[in-house]
Design a protein around this ligand. Structure first.
Ligand SMILES: *[C@@H]1O[C@H](CO)[C@@H](O)[C@H](O)[C@H]1NC(C)=O
Ligand SMILES: *[C@@H]1O[C@H](CO)[C@@H](O)[C@H](O)[C@H]1NC(C)=O
Ligand SMILES: *[C@@H]1O[C@H](CO)[C@@H](O)[C@H](O)[C@H]1NC(C)=O
Ligand SMILES: *[C@@H]1O[C@H](CO)[C@@H](O)[C@H](O)[C@H]1NC(C)=O
Ligand SMILES: *[C@@H]1O[C@H](CO)[C@@H](O)[C@H](O)[C@H]1NC(C)=O
Ligand SMILES: *[C@@H]1O[C@H](CO)[C@@H](O)[C@H](O)[C@H]1NC(C)=O
Length: 506
């Protein structure tokens, strides 16, 4: 990318600190979802894998990108009410198989799906290894395709590539691969892209994890094959890239919370070590920004003005001295350390990995303290629900509580997306869990499970689940809803920090 669209990189460190290389995923509660757990399912095509990846909430509907289709489901129970069919033309499919891809790969998997405005959607599909983007208008009679253009750079070629995209201020920013063979990773915003086959930019292989907009910038988190990090020790690392966006406006995936006496804007990310081990770390946006404002790796010359990476107006062409400097030194010298100083959850066996994370931010508990509740998807069908029980008291400490481990899919099935959805049409928010061939909607908590708490005050408080509290009057473990507000310590007992409450007999 040139001009104001230069990309800068830095290393994000998820350091295990002095703690031994051991995991902390022992759950308090193991849940096998039965029909009594109020689960809704959508299974798509029962004879062929759908490779579901994308879920987008549109008011009281859920749009899901699958195989040759965009499904329009109700949020309430995942009933399909409409679908948009988009099958690759025969000649594209023929070309795809002539180039050696199999029947499954030569389908159209929807990988970018975003609402442009009411009733208008931008959709990109792999289109049998020849990605295409389209703009559709939703009309009473069906969907009207209004525009079509090449999706190269915006959308991956095949169903198994992990890519990311974010739509801000009318523009699509994506992190994906731009070639048939999967050798050309890039960050792209039409018509600009990162340099091709430049080892200064990427080290193979790249796994794009997440992207979000904040302030002047769009950020990308991704994993890289080899990273220069000689003294990293017990640290898992990842990269963050940053590009300027045109307008300062929207923010997504960023949590504004209170951690001890501090207010901070943070993002949570899943980290994977090369061979074994996964972790979840949080990063403060302010720390990421600071590292991007710091020294450039390997630069001995004076940093030019305007400073590389600073967003300047479109109209102002970037001087060649600045552009050359960025080409030589795209990486930042300083890395960014995780916010709490340690990962919040770690998994060290080679048995499984974390794949996805969704956060219910700042869940208020009786007494007023608020906690970020983490839902972590794994590649063995599980969702792990966890909380940093220290976070409301001290932003520099971690006390991991793994509240619950939910076996959502069979152990051979990886979770490919996770999302918390809320809407007035739902009595409570729900967690949407996605795998290649199935989507489930489950409750965020199981406060009322008899097995877990045996209907006891100490069992309920002992779960340390910010979604639950012991209702003194009703003598039940309950969750907050519009009817039951937490009215302070007198009616509801909870203590996330300790799991003990003075008024609950042990
Ligand atoms: C499932 O996929 C196959 C192969 O693409 C297709 O022929 C069939 O119509 C699909 N079934 C449904 C219910 O969409
Ligand atoms: C999904 O269905 C709802 C209800 O029919 C409709 O209002 C909405 O526009 C649909 N969205 C898409 C993308 O088709
Ligand atoms: C840059 O943009 C800002 C806000 O749009 C404007 O006020 C300013 O005059 C512009 N500067 C230049 C050098 O164009
Ligand atoms: C995981 O990797 C670490 C660091 O390479 C190593 O010390 C540890 O023994 C490995 N653990 C397992 C269970 O393989
Ligand atoms: C893509 O993501 C899945 C799940 O997160 C992971 O298992 C897989 O290894 C990733 N693929 C690549 C090519 O990195
Ligand atoms: C709950 O009660 C059952 C049967 O009374 C008992 O077997 C189990 O250990 C109890 N669980 C807890 C967590 O106390």
């Amino acid at each position: 990318m040139t001009g104001r669209d230069s990309v800068l990189w830095l290393l994000a460190m998820c350091s295990l600190g002095t703690a031994a290389w051991r995991g902390n995923t022992q759950p308090k509660l193991i849940t096998l979802l039965g029909s009594d757990n109020n689960v809704h399912r959508f299974t798509g095509n029962d004879t062929h894998p759908d490779h579901f990846r994308l879920i987008v909430q549109d008011e009281q509907n859920l749009l899901v990108g699958g195989r040759n289709l965009v499904h329009n489901l109700t949020l309430a129970d995942l009933t399909e009410i409409q679908k948009l069919a988009w099958v690759s033309p025969d000649n594209d499919r023929t070309m795809c198989s002539m180039k050696g891809r199999d029947f499954e790969q030569c389908q159209n998997y929807i990988r970018v799906l975003t609402k442009i405005s009411t009733g208008r959607f931008l959709i990109c599909g792999t289109n049998a290894y020849k990605p295409v983007c389209r703009e559709y208008a939703s009309q009473p009679s069906g969907y009207l395709m209004e525009r079509e253009w090449s999706g190269r750079g915006s959308c991956p070629y095949g169903p198994n590539v992990n890519s990311t995209a974010v739509f801000v201020d009318g523009e699509l920013y994506s992190g994906t691969y731009a070639d048939f063979a999967g050798f050309d990773p890039l960050i792209f915003r039409e018509p600009l892209r990162t340099a091709q086959f430049d080892s200064n930019t990427f080290n193979h292989p790249i796994d794009f994890v997440n992207s979000f907009a904040h302030g002047d910038y769009v950020y990308f988190f991704f994993r890289e094959g080899a990273v220069e990090c000689t003294n990293c020790g017990n640290t898992i690392y990842s990269r963050v890239a940053r590009v300027c966006k045109s307008d300062k406006e929207s923010t997504s995936n960023v949590i504004e919370g209170r951690y001890g006496a501090e207010s901070a804007e943070i993002v949570y990310a899943v980290f994977n070590a090369l061979n074994n081990g996964s972790a979840v770390c949080a990063f403060r946006l302010q720390d990421i920004s600071k590292a991007f404002d710091g020294p450039f790796a390997g630069a001995t010359e004076k940093v030019p003005d305007p400073r590389p990476g600073k967003c300047v107006n479109d109209s102002r062409a970037m001087p060649s001295v600045t552009r050359n400097f960025i080409q030589k030194h795209p990486r930042m010298e300083q890395s960014v350390d995780s916010f709490f100083g340690r990962p919040i959850v770690t998994q060290v066996t080679s048995n499984y990995r974390f794949t996805q994370i969704a956060v219910d931010p700042q869940v208020k508990t009786p007494g007023g303290k608020a906690y970020d509740v983490l839902f972590i998807g794994t590649d063995n069908g599980k969702v792990i629900k966890a909380v940093n029980a220290e976070s409301a008291d001290n932003p520099k400490k971690v006390n991991t509580v793994v509240i619950e481990e939910i076996q959502v899919f069979p152990p051979a099935v990886a979770i490919t997306s996770l999302k918390i959805v809320r809407h007035e049409s739902l009595t409570k928010p729900r967690l949407i869990v996605v795998s290649n061939s199935e989507i489930q909607s489950i409750k965020l908590h199981r406060c009322d499970s008899n097995i877990l708490v045996n209907n006891s005050c100490s069992g309920c408080v002992g779960l340390q689940d910010p979604h639950c509290a012991w209702d003194k009057q009703a003598q039940k473990c309950v969750t907050k809803n519009s009817a039951t507000r937490w009215n302070g310590e007198n009616s509801f007992y909870q203590s996330i920090a300790t799991g003990l409450h003075g008024s609950c007999p042990i």
